[in-house]
Design a protein around this ligand. Structure first.
Ligand SMILES: [Ca+2]
Length: 477
């Protein structure tokens, strides 16, 4: 283990760990809080382990279940990104943290990495007020925090809630900044709405009044609220996530600015955990939208500056729906597939200004375009439409034809690549922001950019066969 030397005594004022604290601390269910927290003599509780942990150290948690009688405060931060405090399992031992009241975990320090933990609540749908849980993880007015490789499930509130009360919409600053969610699995959160009777609900992964939040390669599904939420924040990046079957909306941009949403797979399955929800998890027994851009919250700013590209949506209510003001935004090279008559390929958008709709594939057996009024407000061109009416929105280079997907069915992204005979191949226009496709293949392959999320590239494509069969919803580089 790493320990601190006596030289630390002189460095306390510089923010270095104080004597008596260690850089490696161990916790085990078989330990004792009277122990020093070494590997041989571990602490028993995570709270006691944190008490012995120096700033920038690592808390190793041995396998087991750690019930929490109250919110577990992660109150030992690091001094910088190079000296972060890390809380993680020992090796790959499975560690479950189970809350019983309030937020299960509150990250109350900056420069913290939380990884590899299973986080839940004992009775997330309880009607007993004393047992009512809050969020799985709360990150309030903190910066440079990473939550990676965690599974967050069966919590009453949001899976993870990031926020502040000091967002400045003019300066685009917030005390909540540089938060990274990577490789997490988030499901069955927002259970206060599990009976579908609540007037409001949380989100699987949520970011309010924050700057620069990154959501990367997470799996977010079957939450009783939104999947990923950007609310009154700036410069969020949402990429490479698989998001499905969320009750309300899969990705929600609410009064957000300058978000990049790319390379995500969003879909509605016919799964059901309960007979009364069959066949859909979502509101009114119809699927939630893939991406919703709306202005619902406190109105400090309205949606603008978004770049939404290379996303694939399958059987969502609308592939994307724009409600209320949206300005200076790009919606490009997405593949929106709406399989039944309940939704629209693209909905809303009446109040959009200086927005571009380019190189998208929109497949709809219902309306291709619902309520959009693009004249003079949208640059809409180089899209491929299949099914539904597109009168009034057809651009000079638009195509109305079967896109000829590889299969065009199922919930795997693989099926929505292009066959060699697809009319989408080399039929798009160059968009400077879109340098790769959904799979990471550089654009263009061949003579020009393809329409849709997947660039057809014989030899250039990076697609590889699925390693895990049907259970794996996405194959990706
Ligand atoms: Ca091409």
């Amino acid at each position: 283990m790493r320990t601190l030397s006596a030289i630390s005594i002189g460095l306390i004022v510089l923010g270095w760990p104080v004597p008596g604290l260690a850089l490696d601390v161990y916790v085990a269910t078989t330990g004792s809080d009277a122990n020093p927290g070494t590997e041989a003599r571990p602490k028993q509780t995570i709270a006691a382990g944190l008490g012995s942990l120096g700033a920038g150290g690592t808390l190793f948690i041995r396998g087991g279940t750690y019930p929490q009688g109250k919110t577990l405060s992660i109150n030992k931060g690091g001094a910088s990104n190079a000296a972060r405090t890390t809380i993680r399992p020992y090796q790959s031992e499975p560690v479950a943290i189970v809350g019983s009241a309030g937020n299960t975990i509150s990250i109350d320090a900056s420069f913290v990495t939380l990884s590899g933990l299973d986080i839940s609540q004992a009775d997330p749908a309880s009607a007993d007020q004393a047992k009512k849980g809050g969020h799985g993880i709360l990150i309030w007015k903190k910066h440079d925090v990473t939550v990676s490789g965690c599974t967050i499930h069966h919590v009453r509130g949001s899976g993870v809630f990031v926020g502040s009360d000091d967002y400045n919409p003019a300066a685009k600053t917030s005390s909540a900044n540089n938060i990274l969610f990577e490789g997490n699995t988030v499901h069955h959160t927002c259970m206060s709405n599990s009976e579908r009777t609540a007037k409001g609900w949380g989100q699987g992964l949520s970011s309010f009044f924050s700057v620069g939040t990154v959501f990367r390669n997470n799996k977010v599904y079957k939450n009783w609220g939104e999947g990923i939420n950007l609310c009154e924040n700036d410069r969020a990046l949402v990429e490479g996530n698989v998001i499905y079957d969320n009750y309300s909306v899969n990705i929600y941009l609410d009064h957000a600015t300058n978000a990049t949403v790319r390379d995500n797979l969003l879909y509605t399955s016919d799964d059901s955990d309960r007979a009364d929800f069959f066949p859909y998890w979502s509101k009114a027994n119809s699927p939630g939208n893939g991406i919703l851009v709306a202005n619902e919250a406190t109105k400090k700013q309205t949606n603008s500056g978004h770049k939404i590209y290379n996303n694939i949506t399958i059987n969502c209510g609308s592939g994307i729906h724009v409600s209320g003001s949206l300005t200076d935004s790009l919606i490009a090279n997405n593949t929106f597939v709406v399989g039944a008559a309940w939704g629209t390929g693209i909905g809303g958008g009446k109040e959009a200004a200086n927005c571009s709709l380019l190189n998208n594939i929109i497949v709809s057996s219902g309306r291709a375009l619902g309520g959009m009024s693009p004249k003079g407000q949208w640059t809409s061109d180089f899209n491929l439409w299949f099914g539904g009416s597109i009168s009034g929105v057809r651009g000079a280079h638009d195509i109305a034809a079967n896109p000829r997907f590889v299969t065009g069915s199922g919930l795997l992204a693989d099926g929505y690549r292009l066959q060699a005979a697809s009319p989408a191949i080399n039929a798009g226009t160059t968009v400077s922001d879109v340098t790769k496709d959904y799979w990471g293949t550089p654009r263009p392959q061949g003579a020009a950019v393809d329409i849709g999320a997947c660039e057809f590239g014989v030899g250039g494509g990076k697609w590889v066969p699925l390693p895990g069969g049907k259970a794996e919803k996405k194959s990706k580089r």
